[in-house]
Design a protein around this ligand. Sequence first.
Ligand code: SF4
Ligand code: SF4
Length: 353
Amino acid sequence: MMMSLTRRNFMKLVAAMGASAFLSAYKGDIVRAVEAKKDYWHICWLNGAACTGCTVSFAQASNPDLVQILTEIIVGTSGLPIALPDYMETIHPASGTLAEKLKERWKAGEKGKRILVVEGAVQKPGYCVVAGKDFREHVREAAEVADAIVAVGQCATFGGIPAANPNPTGAMGLSEFLREEGIAKPVINLPLCPVNGEHVVIILSAVIMGAKIDLDEHGRPKALFGTNMHDELCPYRPLYDRGVFIEEPGNGDGCRFKIGCKGPVAFTDCPSRRWNGKTSYCVEAGAPCIACSEPGWPDKFSPFYAELPSIPSFLGLNPTTLGAGIFGATAVGIGVHAVRRKLRGEKDEQDSY
Ligand code: SF4
Ligand code: SF4
């Protein structure tokens, strides 16, 4: 018999079942629980340095899908759906001055509690200006009044591609920016490139329901990012153990380790939730996992198609000062499990939301 969904067991069930199975099994309960809430949470979704892929991914959440989110799941007596942002540049019909007024009204908080969602990295002053005001100002003002803050995607969480070496615009993730600004509020980090739409739906629902969200030391919900992909979730693990590998990218019957899979150092539920209506995910599509769930991506995990033990950053070496011969010799004998242990040693419990 299925356990009934409560605020207390919400994230425990997510962790136990995986994001996709949880949403499929408990969609009706989520709808009822959210509908029973008295307060409508107002969402302001800001876009910084990014490709807008996270918005697209959110729009492709499959169960519930965006149409259901926007039309069927109504919060309390508000008449408003769960995730209809008061402000979201890419989907709301308003533009120009009218759109900015929506943002100002959200900040004024006349109507209720507020969730700030940030997509994209924050850069040095002058690189991202919206309506004549620096993105940094928009983020600072919104974060100061928000009751909950969610960073979606690798760029907003840890800086992502905009922050890659040599990072000419000084891009950084939201948590780092808020720390620099002296805004001491917890940020729920939902990395991946792009964010998974189902993760967004689950976390927005959890915030609205008042569920406790345990975070790891990188601000990621443990229920979604607390599992090592290679150890516990990957369907190719039996092949890894038997030493059956594919030698080049593509669909083949073999573990992807030799084409550079970073699954051994990636903490994420990608194999169980997959993408596009559970069709597939990176590894299943014949590519290596490139660990976009992790801080330090992409630099720390490059080159993407190199085997883990030969990646300089994991050996504590600087690739630019090493000759290939020295590097190859240094790498000999260092196994993937040692690399993973090193990473795991840095992974401790932290605060909860
Ligand atoms: S190396 Fe990658 S493909 Fe192979 S078992 Fe681990 S996670 Fe799966
Ligand atoms: S499988 Fe790896 S590369 Fe693909 S989305 Fe998940 S963490 Fe990122």
